[in-house]
Design a protein around this ligand. Sequence first.
Ligand SMILES: Nc1ncnc2c1ncn2[C@@H]1O[C@H](COP(=O)(O)OP(=O)(O)OP(=O)(O)O)[C@@H](O)[C@H]1O
Ligand SMILES: [Mg+2]
Length: 340
Amino acid sequence: MSIDIAIDLGTSNTRIYIAGKGKFLDEPSVVTINLDNDDIVAVGTEAYAMMGRTSQRLNSIEPIVGGVISDFYLVENMIKLQLGKANISRIMKPRVVACIPGEITDVEKRAVVNSILSIGVRSVSLIEASKAAAIGAGLDIRSPHGRLILDMGGGTTDIAVISLGDISVSQSMKIGGGSFDEEIMKYVRRKYNLIIGRVTAQRAKIEIGSVIKPEEDRVCTVKGRNTVTGLPQAVELRSSELWETLAETASLITQQVQNVLEEAPPELVGDIYKDGIMLTGGGVLLRGFDKLIEQQVKLDAHIAENPSDCVINGCGSALKYIGQAEIDENGAVNPLSMPY
Ligand SMILES: Nc1ncnc2c1ncn2[C@@H]1O[C@H](COP(=O)(O)OP(=O)(O)OP(=O)(O)O)[C@@H](O)[C@H]1O
Ligand SMILES: [Mg+2]
């Protein structure tokens, strides 16, 4: 039986899509290993539950950092185990579409291809995350019309102007949702001498985080260890004390949106001023992010439906382009990079 699948190896989450079925798996990109023998004890949701809670013997690791593979062995095994959950075995020899961040080196690209080839697939085709995000957000990227897309994941933000199936201008930054978690950790340490874990910081961001002055002052209790006393302590954090710190990081991204617009061809900029910017990726759910873009870039900002799933759904839709000509009879470019 032949099968086509799409894989999004995200910094925060790994997602798998099966042709004809849709998204099948969506789990944190985390692996727990036994430090005594390097055996993999858990992957995905189970491994994430152990993050920051492991013993001296077990360690939970995120093997994808800033959108690129930092530990090849762990990623290879993580994909193998996750495909097993989707009942896909190497006997099926699937054809795969995988996405990559906009600006990665050939070596990093090769690592993605090799980690997928190593699990026994027939072919791997690549697509840039921003193209996949645009397709998944329902934009017709093959038309002669400029589209501006921003995909903010956990570790990267890709901004691109796309027209005729191809990227006209793009920027990729190693800033994502995780950067806001780190800002919260730093703030809490500075202000309250409290060390909190990444999972706690992320929860605080989702519950009370905002990048504009919040209308409602939300409160969230975070627990950690006091750096002075060494004892456990709980602190009540408020949106009103955090938002300015988070806005600073978000402004680095809005600045890049401006840079991309400055470099884009004027005809495409005209289209973009009419349509606005499409926002995808889990990171854009941070409160006020769309409003901040509207204020600073003076563009309408639209959050896609199910923003976290746009990239994997777009990769899934791009499966139909496997094996097609690079440029079709209408002059539109195949959104997939050449297969490996
Ligand atoms: N409701 C929310 N509010 C704020 N942030 C959120 C929310 N939901 C998810 N996020 C953030 O979205 C990020 C994960 O997004 P996503 O799943 O798109 O990343 P990814 O594709 O794994 O990473 P990348 O594309 O950078 O490799 C995390 O930082 C998470 O904290
Ligand atoms: Mg992503």
